[in-house]
Write a protein that binds this ligand. Sequence first.
Ligand code: FES
Length: 604
Amino acid sequence: MTTNMKNDQDDIAIPQDYDLSTPISSTSGLRQGLTSYGDAHFSLFLRKVFVKALGYSEDALSRPIIGIINTYSGFNPCHGNVPQLIEAAKRGIQFNGGLAVEFPTISVHESFSHPTSMFLRNLMSMDTEEMIRAQPLDACIMIGGCDKTVPAQLMGGISANKPVLPLITGPMMPGSHRGKRIGACTDCRNNWAAFRAGEIDIEEISEINEELAPTIGTCGVMGTASTMACITAALGMMPLRGASAPAVSSARARVAEETGANAVKAAHSKWKPQDILSKESFLNAITVLQAIGGSTNAIVHLMAIANRHPKVQGVITLQTFEEVGRKTPLLVDLKPSGDKYMTDFHNAGGMLALLHALRPLLHLSAMTITGQTLGELIDASPFREFPLSRQIIRPLSNPLYPSSSLIVLHGNIAPNGAIMKASASKDRDLLTHTGPAVVFENSADLAKRIDDPDLDVMADSILVLKSIGPIGNPGMPEAGLLPIPRKLAAAGVKDMLRISDGRMSGTAGGTIILHVSPESAVPESPFGIVQTGDVISCDVDARKLHLEISDEELKERVKDRKAAAAAAEKPRQRGYRGLYERSVNQAQDGADFDFLTADGGSRN
Ligand code: FES
């Protein structure tokens, strides 16, 4: 904004911003969130000094400022197309009268994050929140894709509560091995298990390694990244095609351009995530999660995201997933629950086709970032089924699995809950199973003994792994898919009931109970007292997980364990790890830092 005042040379318009008699409004553009020098006019003057070093004119600086979070990293191949997406998003912003300004935050990839990417999710969410809040942005496009990045950005964006628009990098294409399609990362695990069992040799596993990730982009199955992409669309936060368009497709670039246009609209309308998102938005997201047989990780992430929202915290709980699951069938035939890849889902109509199929189960009044309700959005985008779409996205009348692909179990060793992706079980008989426990105290113990030929384990044993919860192994590693002991794998055992307080990759399958809470690292955890030889019963229909000992014995064991923990001295960790260990909450609350939740942890 400039005045008619002119300087001595009478050719440069003098901005009104320098008129000391006019108070500086602080709600939009460059004037918002000024650095504190005790003189707002000077702060703005100085800000303009520096931004002009980049060559911006007063005209450019008077536009709505749209931030673009650049999460490109040489250590993140899932984000390999971020430069192209930025270019396309900038087109959308600038065609619609905005000023695009990109900036970095940290970027987190599954395979390049020690000890785990989950350890860094909360750090990324803090980086995202604080940089959105600190900088003069009228809206912000958040480019994410790999598993933890989208949850981190949603968590940070909701907490910052400026208009935010997720833009997802999209799935990779499948590869090919000896005439068969393969793709990260369900096939990484299947083929590795076959190699461990001696079914394929070292030459073949090396060939497979070349083809599992043949392009940039996120894992090409319904793993955590694709699940979070579908959920983000179901929350109403991005275009529906944005959930599945391949990373290397022209459709993906058009989604980016559309996101740029939407961002300018959101900046003008001041659509903040805490206004757009409601309980109903989360119910829609959970409905989609169940219908796609999505990643178990999405439960932890959705809880963390919901608990950042002051009006949703405490309203959406683990039990909500169970209640929605009972009404929602599995409709999407994708690995690991089914057989296909994300490109097939996209070609079958993707989220638009799925939302049309799920329409009777959705809350159509939920708002979206377009300014329309979800119902209006679906109505404005008719979808006509064709044979392929019906194969991959089933109608409600012909589901792949009748209901509850993701279930919540409770019992004396999981009083605060545990979860299982029942639809990904390879041996459905194990869904109701009683057997003796073979307990591994931690990951190192597991690595040492799992393939020991003398390990006392049978096909009906229940493998139990402790100390991989949020505190026990900071970041709650995806080690819940315990490998089948080699001697059993070689004998043809493909699935066993496995229980842990950790997570499992969204691309994995099997009869796996995860996220047992409270985790074993908590001294009073009943899960911590399970011993080898104890008998455990799992009854999926009754949603029960029970250790077959008396209440008295359980109490006695917990008491002894608490006393031993109190006597042991635990070194205080420094730095981020110390912050993590002292602040992380349990899986059923999202494994977020308690001070980052909407109430700052005051409910605890
Ligand atoms: Fe990035 Fe799978 S490793 S999505």
